[in-house]
Design a protein around this ligand. Sequence first.
Ligand SMILES: Cc1cc2nc3c(=O)[nH]c(=O)nc-3n(C[C@H](O)[C@H](O)[C@H](O)COP(=O)(O)O)c2cc1C
Length: 208
Amino acid sequence: MEFPKILEKRRAVNYFDPARDVDQNLLKKIIEQAGNAPSSYNLQPWKLKVIRDMNRKKALRALAFDQPKVTEAPVILIVLADREGWKLEKSTVENVFNDFVKAGKMQAEQKEWFAGVTQGLYGRDEIAAQAFANKNTGLFAMSLMYAATANGLESHPMDGFDHDGVRKEFNIPENYWIPMLIAIGYLNPGTETPPKSWRQSYTDMVIE
Ligand SMILES: Cc1cc2nc3c(=O)[nH]c(=O)nc-3n(C[C@H](O)[C@H](O)[C@H](O)COP(=O)(O)O)c2cc1C
């Protein structure tokens, strides 16, 4: 599918086919495709919890204003944004730094300097850490939804949920913020995607 078509076709679908599962290999494929998303210093401060079990989905739905799609979609992704994803002790940061060294972009002895740079940019206070985690994870989440569309799936992002309740129920550590849940599945055959909703034009979006 051409990218402009993917942009047009992706919709927040409300009615998923509860009888049609999402193949695990297909899910793995779209998650890894989404992993091509850009991020600050390539730090990739995102993680996912994949929820397929009906009892876990029921518990999640109860914390998500009883939105039916939470139990109707075969897969719900709890998207996690790591507010500490800039710290040197993270394995992702270690891998990113080693990759920079391998590519000749940094010297091995610059590790502490690199840690200082990321701390200064993304860890200097709570707002900076929150922004770092959520802007990068938002780009990943968007990529994931487009990857889903490109692979014949439907999706629906949700931030209508009790953040602290979900944290507690799913044992999510404090370093993560939960920017959204994403339902993934197939359109219920008896339903249609809603007509396209209003969007800002170029002149609405570009300000002086
Ligand atoms: C971060 C985020 C959170 C959202 N949360 C919800 C939600 O909790 N429930 C819901 O029904 N729709 C939710 N939506 C869907 C939006 O209402 C929808 O994307 C928007 O109306 C545009 O429609 P479209 O995605 O079909 O183009 C959310 C969208 C985003 C990006």
